[in-house]
Design a protein around this ligand. Structure first.
Ligand code: HEC
Length: 140
């Protein structure tokens, strides 16, 4: 699997009601992927499939869609869900609504977990893996 070692890990947990994620990164992040709880992992997967084409793999944005690590820094969960439900119509570009998209609508909470971890910086850019205690758990 990977060379992650518990002794060299930094662990960041958030239990604020609005943003739940658990992230553990090895001391040398380049050496291996950070490990995250199941919801955050699913959020990452959905983000890669549904959002990364515009917002880039690490949510840092592209020439035509904003860097979400900046854009969402003051955003509430309610505002985030509304942006996905209704889309966002800016002066120059638009994001289509996803509230009826079966590949996105069931995963708002998971997307919020992943993006909250990116916004706070708890989760650095790069691929992630699941924490072992979440493997084989419910939800998938
Ligand atoms: C087709 C390209 C595209 C896709 C796919 C896309 N977005 Fe966006 N998104 C945009 C653009 C463009 C904007 C900003 C529009 C503007 O500000 O003019 C935006 C804005 C946003 C905002 C800010 C809304 C606000 O109220 O400020 C959030 C949050 C967001 N996107 C999240 C997501 C998530 C999560 C996904 C995946 C489910 C996603 N986007 C998929 C293009 C896209």
């Amino acid at each position: 699997m990977c060379g992650w070692q518990a002794g060299a890990a930094q662990s960041v947990a958030s239990d604020a009601a609005a943003a739940r994620y658990r992230v553990e990164c090895a001391a040398a992040p380049a050496a291996s992927a950070c490990r995250v709880d199941l919801a955050t992992y699913i959020g990452w997967r959905v983000f890669q499939a549904q959002c990364a084409t515009c917002h880039a793999a690490d949510a840092r944005g592209s020439s035509f869609a904003p860097d979400l690590t900046l854009r969402m820094s003051a955003m509430t969960q309610r505002q985030f869900f509304a942006a996905l439900d209704q889309g966002y119509f800016g002066s120059q570009s638009t994001m289509p609504p996803r509230g009826r998209d079966p590949n996105v609508a069931p995963y708002y909470d998971e997307l919020w977990s992943y993006l909250s971890a990116r916004v706070t910086g708890a989760l650095p850019a790069g691929p992630v893996e699941r924490l072992p205690e979440d493997e084989g758990g419910s939800g998938e």
